[in-house]
Design a protein around this ligand. Structure first.
Ligand SMILES: *Cc1c(COP(=O)(O)O)cnc(C)c1O
Length: 422
């Protein structure tokens, strides 16, 4: 099921007043739901000693949300300088942060080492020589290549731009050792929005097999494995939920077997974004036009600047119309924004109850990779973000962009190159 019944019960009765008070459109996140999911994840992994979630900051990079993650004891997975800054502003230091970059720049290495450093997760063997100062603790992102099929969204590992190939892995660790690394971890990220827990269990098994083999070859013990994120959520009403209890229990069993065989067990890290916050956010937008040509269109006051997933991946986001219940008689409509791109549609041929101008539409599961992914093409601005607190109060946690923000980069110091010899 998309948005939970409990979230609806908390939100829908006050939604007309919220729309009036804050104006539309907005993303609103549900603190109680986020806390419940975080607690459930920790319960599921209670049997795994030294389990830790590193919340993937890119999913919902808002300081108020990151503060919740920190309260729950989570670390942060960062992959850019901006995300490192957000994690540190939330109070994370050192091993609270995993820095997983790809095609890493010198600027990013410097930022990673700054302010107490972080766990550096290297994406390629050639980067070992480019790390300005090799930290004591280092991790590599492992790409199993043809050994794993990958899931449908993230694609085939052989084609992926991420990670160290299997045949390079030992040399990568040796090169890091030669530069002074003494503590080691192994990371992978193979799935995206995967709702079958068995795929992720398979990933844990793969990582344990690799560290058993590499550990012997290198004469080291690995401090941790990181199974990545990619746990899926049910975007469609008929979708199954991810069985996180089963993932936790089966991971615990794999760890126990590993400990028996190898005489130690690594810590287990995860870096979920979507699973933690995805279902606990919605985009609320008002219908402002309707149009009947070859199809029926409902025009709303948000556009793909607020939510790219439908336009970018053809992703499904469930939609409710406030105060109206769907029935078998619902006619299919396209729900569209105002951007000059024909893929600026939140839904295509979606049966919805009749929508009148002024109705509020609730576009669901926008709590991860929603606002954060928005862009400014066509001068379209990103909306505000609100937080529905566990105490029932609603707080603005990011204002909407303004035209001033949009035009800010047009104010700059003039600079002209007049050609060679001048
Ligand atoms: C995006 C990303 C994640 C989070 O993915 P979700 O699908 O939100 O769980 C985790 N790790 C890395 C390296 C990522 O790039």
């Amino acid at each position: 099921m998309p948005m939970s019944h409990a979230f609806k019960e908390r939100l829908f009765p006050v939604l007309p007043q919220l729309a009036e008070y804050f104006g539309t459109p907005f993303h609103i996140y549900d603190e109680a739901g986020i806390r419940e999911t975080g607690a459930a994840l920790k319960r599921a992994f209670a049997g795994v000693p030294r389990f830790r979630e590193y919340y993937a900051v890119k999913a919902l990079p808002n300081p108020r949300i990151l503060a919740l993650m920190r309260e729950m004891g989570f670390g942060f997975d960062c992959s850019s300088v901006a995300e490192l800054e957000l994690a540190r502003a939330a109070g994370a230091r050192g091993e609270d942060i995993m820095f997983t970059s790809n095609n890493t720049s010198a600027e990013e290495f410097a930022a990673a080492a700054h302010d107490g450093g972080c766990i550096l997760n290297l994406d390629d063997i050639n980067l070992v020589a480019k790390v300005p100062q090799m930290p004591e603790l280092v991790c590599f992102r492992y790409n199993p290549g043809p050994a794993r099929s990958g899931n449908s969204i993230i694609g085939n590992p052989v084609e992926a731009k991420y990670g160290v190939a299997h045949d390079q892995l030992l040399d990568a660790f040796r090169a890091a050792q030669a530069r002074g690394a003494r503590r080691f971890g192994l990371h992978t990220m193979l799935a995206s929005n995967e709702r079958d827990h068995r795929y992720v269990v398979q990933t844990v098994r793969m990582l344990l097999d690799v560290i058993a083999w590499a550990g012997k070859e290198l004469g080291i013990r690995f401090e941790f494995i990181n199974m990545g994120g990619g746990l899926g959520i049910p975007y469609r009403p008929e979708d199954e939920t991810f069985d996180v209890m089963a993932l936790g229990n089966e991971s615990a069993a794999l760890l126990a077997t590993f400990r028996q065989r190898e005489g130690y067990a690594p810590a287990v890290f995860m870096e979920s974004g979507r699973y933690i916050t995805g279902p606990h956010g919605v985009l609320v937008t008002r219908a402002i036009n309707h149009k009947d040509t070859y199809r029926h269109f409902v025009g709303v006051d948000a556009c793909m600047s607020a939510l790219m997933r439908p336009g970018m991946y053809g992703a499904y986001h469930h939609i409710d119309v406030l105060g109206k219940t769907s029935s078998a008689a619902d006619a299919p409509v396209d729900v569209v924004g105002s951007l000059c791109e024909n893929n600026d549609k939140f839904a295509i041929e979606r049966p919805l109850p009749p929508v009148d101008d002024g109705d509020l539409l609730i576009i669901q599961d926008t709590g991860a990779h929603g606002h954060a992914m928005g862009f400014n093409y066509n001068g379209r601005l990103r909306p505000q973000e609100l937080l529905l607190g566990a105490n029932g109060q609603v707080e603005r946690i990011r204002r909407a962009e303004t035209l001033q923000d949009h035009f800010a980069t047009l104010q700059f110091e003039s600079r002209v190159w007049r050609g060679a010899g001048h």
